[in-house]
Design a protein around this ligand. Structure first.
Ligand code: HEM
Length: 555
């Protein structure tokens, strides 16, 4: 290992949907070595922090470097285990630099793609994580089509009006009304089944119902159940009833390990189940594209097929797939990545946001007050007099709710681990003083490492909901700008779903907060669970069991 200015040169890998590779490798190393003394003086999270990913530790530069040095002699041993593709990408012994300084990073990441690219990284992830065939002809075709496939997403998910229209069409408030089934007779929704639902009190006209669930799982699956059909339509959901279960099995038990290069034959039960889940997701998407394509050609005679609500994004991607003659299997593999990009970060971050809102004393009440002018509630025409939402003013929520916005950013700060992974195609420096990065190598910019920097965020280990709120001295207007936070990465590879993601999260959270009460199932104080690295967003170390009841509006 060598340390040059602010560039720590070590060996290793990573990206696409990006925050992940180093996490995966580090996570694997941690998993392999945590019981063997490698982390005797640093916790597992510190180990990840040392690799540039954890937001949980106060990493001063000295500790950061010291922890790397302390570990470096273990890297070669691990590398032979992790290495698979022969190329430099994920081999721990190959050149990969982690840039942990802030200065010059924006300019660095804005380099044109022919200088600072992501194609080799994206392809490796496509093969390794999303299970594509590693075929040179397919790689070439993918490289040509990538820009158009991405543009189909950006056109909708990166533009204010089209993204808002998607959210409106999905009618999130209506779904939020049915977040929890409070009746024994109804069959459970997919999100309830995945949240280990237990009915406590059946809802009747005179008696409020109550049910116990795992809040983290409930919210992430609820969000995914809304967003996935926003891409592929409701017919896809009906024909793939286990897609949510498979998605989390893949995300939790398979993604980090395939990313780290664990061989597919590794006899690990959860890993094998995760791989099987991935295969079902990819197959389901391949079959979807086959149905869609045949239907559009007038070849599909299935009278039950209803593709009327398939999104513009997916229709356009299908055209692009046709243009370049992608096989259905390859379309499925491509869209497995899109499906993950859409949900892998968005849903768990919504879960954390909800947990913090309910668990932080006083915050729920303040937020309810702040969002009230933008959420219209009624109990009219409703047999049970339950509150439901008649109007959600997205513009108001996004522009005039600084506390909601700040709480969201603070949640990102503590629970998100964004990074940017790039391929160096031409010699490049981060600043004129720093070492020249050589073509053919890789860099990771672990934005998360700054999220616990006390000079940027005083008292960094505390969750402070209004930390991002700023008051304009002249007008008194309160706003919550990002400041130095980079939850979406940066440069050309910056997140292509961020406009949509913000709206989706705000709509889900405002709807749930307006309609539901949760309290700890144990009956005691709220306790925010510990965090461990995930695939971008942290995962809870324990379940958050809560009792859910409809919110009561006092007339
Ligand atoms: C809370 C939600 C989300 C977070 C925190 C998030 C975060 C990120 C980050 C950190 C990156 C890597 C950026 C870089 O390399 O510099 C990324 C890339 C990407 N994200 Fe998101 N994302 C979110 C939601 C979404 C959604 C809803 C979509 C919709 C499909 C999406 C699509 C993508 C795509 C396509 C890329 C790859 C961009 C490229 O390589 O050009 N993301 N995201």
């Amino acid at each position: 290992m060598d340390v040059q200015g602010h560039v720590v040169v070590l060996s290793s890998p990573n990206h696409l949907v990006s925050t992940l590779a180093l996490i995966a490798v580090a996570g694997l190393i941690w998993a392999v070595f945590r019981d063997r003394g490698i982390t005797t003086n640093i916790s597992g999270q510190q180990l990840l922090g040392g690799w540039g990913y954890s937001t949980q530790i106060d990493v001063s530069r000295r500790t950061f470097l010291a922890s790397l040095e302390a570990k470096s002699h273990h890297l070669s041993a691990v590398s032979s285990f992790i290495r698979r593709y022969g190329g430099p990408l994920f081999g721990v012994t190959s050149t990969h630099q982690v840039i942990y300084q802030k200065e010059g990073i924006e300019r660095f990441l804005s380099q044109p793609l022919h200088t600072l690219g992501n194609e080799p990284v994206a392809w490796t992830i496509h093969v390794r994580v999303f299970g594509s065939e590693d075929d040179p002809a397919l790689r070439q075709k993918t490289s040509v089509a990538r820009k158009e496939l991405s543009a189909a997403v950006e056109k909708v998910y990166m533009s204010d009006r089209p993204a808002s229209e998607c959210i409106e069409e999905a009618n999130i408030p209506r779904h939020a009304y049915s977040l929890v089934t409070l009746s024994a007779s109804d069959s459970l929704t997919a999100w309830e089944s995945l949240a280990q639902y237990r009915l406590l009190v059946s809802e009747t006209k005179d008696q409020p119902g109550a049910a116990e669930l795992n809040l983290f799982n409930l919210i992430r699956s609820f969000g995914a159940a809304i967003s996935i059909p926003m891409l592929y339509g409701s017919d896809y959901m009906k024909r793939n009833p286990n897609v949510l279960r498979d998605f989390w099995a893949f995300d939790n038990d398979c993604f980090p390990l395939v990313m780290a290069g664990v061989p597919l034959w590794a006899p690990l039960k959860h890993f094998q189940e995760g791989l099987a889940a991935r295969a079902r997701i990819n197959r389901g998407l391949a079959e979807f594209f086959e149905r869609l394509d045949k239907h559009l050609r007038g070849e599909d005679l299935d009278p039950t097929l209803d593709l009327t609500d398939v999104s513009q994004i997916v229709m356009e991607r299908n055209e692009i797939f046709n243009k370049y003659d992608f096989k259905y299997r390859d379309r499925g593999d491509h869209d497995a990545a899109l499906l993950w990009g859409q949900n892998g970060n968005m849903q768990p971050s919504t879960s954390w946001l909800i947990i913090y809102i309910y668990a932080t004393p006083g915050l729920l009440a303040s937020l309810r007050q702040e969002i009230a002018p933008h959420v219209s509630i009624s109990t009219a025409d409703n047999d049970y007099s339950h509150p439901y939402i008649t109007r959600l003013d997205m513009n108001g929520l996004q522009k005039h709710c600084p506390l909601l916005r700040s709480t969201w950013l603070e949640t990102f700060r503590v629970a998100n681990e964004p990074s940017s992974l790039r391929y160096i195609a031409k010699p490049l420096q981060v600043t004129p003083e720093s070492a020249t990065l050589q073509p053919g190598t890789f860099v990771t910019v672990p934005h998360a490492i700054h999220q616990h920097d006390p000079s940027l965020y005083p008292d960094p280990d505390r969750f402070i909901p209004d930390r991002f709120v700023r008051v304009d001295a002249a007008t008194g207007e309160r706003r919550a700008p990002y400041g130095p936070l980079k939850p979406w990465g940066g440069g050309h590879g910056i997140c292509k779903g961020r406009v949509f993601a913000e709206k989706h999260i705000f709509a889900v959270v405002a709807s749930i907060v307006s309609l539901w009460d949760f309290e700890p199932a144990s009956g005691g104080e709220w306790k925010v669970p510990g965090m461990r690295p995930g695939t971008g967003i942290m995962r809870p170390t324990e379940e958050v069991r809560v009792v859910a009841r409809r919110r009561r509006y006092v007339e």
